[in-house]
Design a protein around this ligand. Structure first.
Ligand SMILES: Cc1cc2nc3c(=O)[nH]c(=O)nc-3n(C[C@H](O)[C@H](O)[C@H](O)COP(=O)(O)OP(=O)(O)OC[C@H]3O[C@@H](n4cnc5c(N)ncnc54)[C@H](O)[C@@H]3O)c2cc1C
Length: 547
């Protein structure tokens, strides 16, 4: 088959990788000068590095991790470049706590573990809270996962409504930042699936198993994403005969009689019409809908999905002169700051120099802003109404509001992080402040798992266009999340479909339940077929204060 893959994010690259291995002729069309989509990295003209995506790889990434094992890199593979992160630091009201197991707070192995972790940060559980959390765990594990479908329209903050306000804020904020989302817009569908899968471990991670049997919380690459992942991947694809057209913009996707007829592309001044057997949509949802012509229903659905999922979320990279030490590679979450900032010191993770400029930074600190609509403390404005400089001042100021977490930092000059100044910073280049509208904007927004987004996600094969296949992180997959693993899973599905025309059945390959739960799930499947709620669901909903 002759296949045109539109977009060179992880979804597009995964599709091309698999299709080329199956012997198909593939061309990728990408508007940027480099591959990787929102997961790519970038150097400024001064040789300073920055990333957009937080590139946290979870231990349960069952599609992406095996794919990374297939990409050769310096005598090993890209999978071997992953560095384990063994702890998350949470800071609150002058205290800090290191979480060593469990994903977000609720992803802890048990309710008891969750309570003891939260207690260390000074949270108290009332009996009502304990009952609520216990019901939630019972619902997550004892219900059939198909039951979670109807929770797409339920806000996670509403489902957690009856918790005491302090604890509720922690549960909502820690889940939001963990998923890189505005916590108050997160849908319950995503969280229920995430909690169900929180203990999944792919065998690639087995070599990191510690003596007590535990696996690191997550992984990160040991250098810039482009150097450690995207460049070796591009080289492999070229060797497999994949044609990659960079700096090439898709202008139109023309559809006629239930098919994509052709696409119009431009490269500089030159314009061309391309015809292929199959067209793979690996574009971001915001671009895809705009480019469609001749198929109104899909265009409107994508416009609605774009509207519901649009999220502004740049991260700031600070460069410090001093070298900063941490007990271990960590991700640090400031739960007590208005913007709920997540910090990632790159120094302990990287095996390559921290910059390409004349002066080498001692440390690169990446800050991800979790909450965009709550007002900050310095300028009394939410992040999306701040200028670039105001964001930077605010983020730096908020970091110092968490003295507990600051205690984890040590510098080589004996200073505390309180006394350290950053030498330079940058915000991801596709963001700029629109002074007319008085707000930050971007030509590269982030998709977000907000309420009402799951129902609109396209499936691998498009029902309206027979030669259009979807392969990106917002396509429906078994994964049910927007992340790098979903993009890889969607790419593998797309390639399998084009090669054999046999799509996997509709995204219902759920992570198997532990033996003790499978009986309850089986019963629940019967109740679900009869359209009846299960008793735990009834109790959970009774206990919930919906707004
Ligand atoms: C701030 C942030 C933090 C994140 N953190 C994590 C994390 O820690 N862990 C994790 O697993 N995931 C994370 N993600 C999510 C993850 O990065 C994405 O889900 C994944 O990279 C998306 O891949 P994709 O292939 O679907 O799409 P994209 O990466 O969006 O790729 C789409 C491609 O299409 C191209 N394109 C668009 N329009 C055109 C056009 N007209 N012509 C030609 N090409 C075009 C774009 O340039 C782009 O290359 C994060 C994302 C963001 C933004």
């Amino acid at each position: 088959m002759r296949v045109c893959v539109m977009g060179a994010g992880i979804g597009g690259l995964a599709t091309a990788h698999k299709l080329a291995g199956m012997g198909h002729k593939v061309r990728i069309v990408e508007r940027n000068p480099e591959v990787g989509g929102v997961a790519r990295s970038k150097y400024t003209t001064d040789g300073e590095h920055s990333e957009y995506c937080w590139h946290v790889f979870m231990k349960g990434y069952t599609s992406l991790l095996p794919l990374l094992q297939e990409i050769p890199f310096k005598g090993s593979t890209v999978a071997d470049q992953l560095k384990p992160i063994t702890q998350y630091g949470y800071g609150r009201e002058g205290q800090h706590y290191l979480v060593e197991h469990g994903s977000c707070f609720l992803g802890s192995h048990s309710v008891i573990q969750l309570q003891s972790q939260a207690k260390n940060l000074g949270y108290n559980f009332s009996y009502r809270d304990k009952w609520k959390i216990a019901l939630l765990y019972l619902f997550v594990h004892g219900s059939h996962p198909e039951r979670f479908e109807s929770y797409d329209s339920v806000l996670w903050s509403d489902l957690m409504g009856s918790l005491t306000p302090d604890l509720k804020k922690m549960v909502i904020d820690s889940c939001g930042i963990y998923l890189g989302m505005e916590p108050d817009r997160l849908n319950s569908h995503t969280m229920l699936h995430l909690l169900r899968k929180s203990n999944t471990v792919h065998s690639v991670c087995d070599k990191h198993r510690q003596n007590d049997g535990n696996i690191p919380l997550c992984y990160s690459l040991n250098g810039p994403t482009n150097e450690q992942w995207m460049e070796p991947w591009t080289q492999l694809l070229a060797e497999q005969g994949v044609e990659i057209s960079l700096n090439t913009q898709i202008q139109e996707i023309r559809c006629e009689k239930g098919q994509v007829k052709e696409i119009v592309i431009s490269h500089g001044e030159e314009q061309q019409n391309l015809q292929y057997d199959y067209y793979v949509n690996s574009l971001d949802v915001f671009s895809f809908g705009r480019l469609l012509y001749g198929v109104d229903s899909l265009k409107y659905e994508m416009a609605e999905l774009s509207r519901r999922s649009y999220q502004i979320q740049p991260q700031v990279t600070f460069r410090l002169h001093e070298k900063v030490y941490f007990q271990e590679p960590s991700i640090l979450m400031h739960l007590d700051t208005p913007w709920v900032i997540m910090w990632r010191p790159e120094g302990p993770l990287w095996d390559v120099p921290l910059g390409k400029g004349k002066s080498q930074p001692g440390e690169l600190l990446s800050a991800g802003i979790g909450v965009w609509h709550r007002k900050g403390v310095l300028y009394d404005k939410p992040a999306h109404e701040c200028t670039e400089q105001e964001i930077v001042d605010e983020v730096w100021h908020q970091m110092k509001m968490s003295p507990g977490l600051m205690k984890l930092f040590k510098t080589d000059t004996g200073k505390t992080l309180d006394d350290v100044k950053y030498s330079s910073y940058n915000i991801w280049h596709s963001f700029s402040f629109d002074s007319e509208r008085g707000r930050l904007d971007t030509w590269e927004p982030k998709f977000s798992n907000n309420v009402g987004t799951v129902a609109l996600r396209p499936t691998t094969c498009d029902p309206t266009l027979s030669n259009l296949i979807h392969a990106n992180a917002y396509t429906r997959t078994d994964n049910n999340l927007y992340n790098m693993d979903s993009a890889a899973e969607a790419g593998i599905r797309a390639a399998n479909f084009i090669d054999s025309r046999e799509a996997k059945p509709d995204c219902k390959k759920y992570v198997p339940a532990r033996k003790v739960w499978s009986f309850f799930q089986h019963i629940d499947r019967i109740l679900l077929n009869k359209k009846v709620s299960n008793p735990i669901e009834l109790m959970l909903n009774k206990n919930t204060q919906f707004n």
